[in-house]
Design a protein around this ligand. Structure first.
Ligand SMILES: NC(=O)c1ccc[n+]([C@@H]2O[C@H](COP(=O)([O-])OP(=O)(O)OC[C@H]3O[C@@H](n4cnc5c(N)ncnc54)[C@H](OP(=O)(O)O)[C@@H]3O)[C@@H](O)[C@H]2O)c1
Length: 293
């Protein structure tokens, strides 16, 4: 059971994140939702409380594509809690037209990868402290089977070439989730904190809805025909966040609650380290105070 444990779920006002937050709340944990929309957050908190009878559900509002807000969300969490047992990085999006984040970065990379990187590294100390005090803490990163199409082309990390309808940016960002998890796992050896990454399956959520009506139309047909329910989509993240079966297991890619090989390039340690350093630079640049001349 998760009684007494504190869990963060990002992107928790819809789809997989919302369902995962609810399932984890049903097991008794204190759950903190991080998402961008105030009224959706309020409604989701109330819905989870009433579905589970667990009163310990709160939220922090943040646009997770904006690095200053990611940092602020971590600081708000740290001012309110003295332990963090599970960080479930789930938020993600696919954008049919190339656009920039508030920091001027390609949006898919900023939201799907840089946000995981900054939120996690900002919360590492409390995760380590929790593991030292209570025996373990877990980081669970939601990636996708689309990562198999990624090439780790960090020379064009802003996807300035061949953006198309967003597939390339999405696959690259989901490959970054896998490579970040492996690089993180190396840094966590001996701390009691584990890091795992997963594919949730093809899930019928708000995912893939875009400004492009044609894309949304076809995405919805595919979802209605082939996709899992959000509850089924939440099974693997909830398993990795809560199950005693995976205690101490780290640095693995999961699909359907089973370990699986991720793509060949994802295991390239030199590329993982390159990504780590690029991410540190991008985050540092985004967080630099603006000087007004
Ligand atoms: N669905 C699939 O078939 C599928 C397959 C493979 C992997 N995945 C991965 O699963 C994860 C969850 O996807 P989903 O299908 O559950 O998506 P979803 O239904 O679109 O939900 C995304 C959640 O993230 C929030 N969000 C979006 N942009 C945000 C931002 N800038 N700042 C803060 N919160 C933001 C959304 O808030 P609002 O409610 O305000 O929109 C919503 O709560 C993603 O990482 C995705 O890549 C999904």
């Amino acid at each position: 059971m998760m009684n007494g444990k504190v869990v963060i779920v990002t992107g928790a006002t819809n789809g997989i994140g919302q369902m995962a937050a609810q399932e984890i709340a049903a097991q008794g944990a204190t759950v903190v939702l991080i998402s961008r929309n105030q009224s959706k957050l309020e409604n989701t908190v109330e819905a989870i409380k009433s579905a589970t009878g667990n009163p310990n559900i709160t939220y922090i509002r943040a646009d997770l594509s904006h690095m200053a807000q990611v940092k602020q969300a971590a600081e708000t969490f740290l001012s309110q809690h003295d332990r963090l047992d599970v960080l479930l990085n789930n938020v993600g999006g696919w954008f049919s037209e190339r656009k920039l984040s508030p920091d001027g970065y390609e949006m898919t990379m900023a939201l799907n990868h840089l946000n995981y990187f900054l939120l996690t590294t900002s919360l590492l100390d409390i995760l380590k402290q929790t593991a030292a005090e209570y025996g373990e803490a877990r980081i669970v990163n939601v990636s996708s089977g689309s990562h198999y199409q990624g090439q780790a082309n960090f020379a064009d990390i802003q996807v300035e070439n061949g953006y198309g309808i967003g597939n390339k940016a999405y696959s690259e960002s989901k490959l970054m989730n896998v490579m970040f998890t492996y690089a993180l796992d190396r840094r966590l050896q001996g701390t009691g904190v584990t890091a795992n990454v997963l594919h949730p399956g093809f899930v019928n959520t708000g995912f893939g809805n875009s400004d492009n009506r044609v894309v949304t139309f076809f995405a919805n047909i595919a979802k209605n025909l082939f996709a899992k329910s959000p509850q089924q989509g939440a099974e693997t993240p909830v398993y990795l966040a809560t199950s005693p079966e995976v205690e101490g297991v780290s640095g693995k890619y999961w699909d359907n609650k089973q370990q699986k090989r991720s793509s060949k390039v994802s295991y390239n340690e030199a590329k993982q380290e390159e990504l780590w350093h690029i991410s540190e630079d991008l985050v540092e640049r985004a967080l630099q105070p603006v000087t007004v001349k």
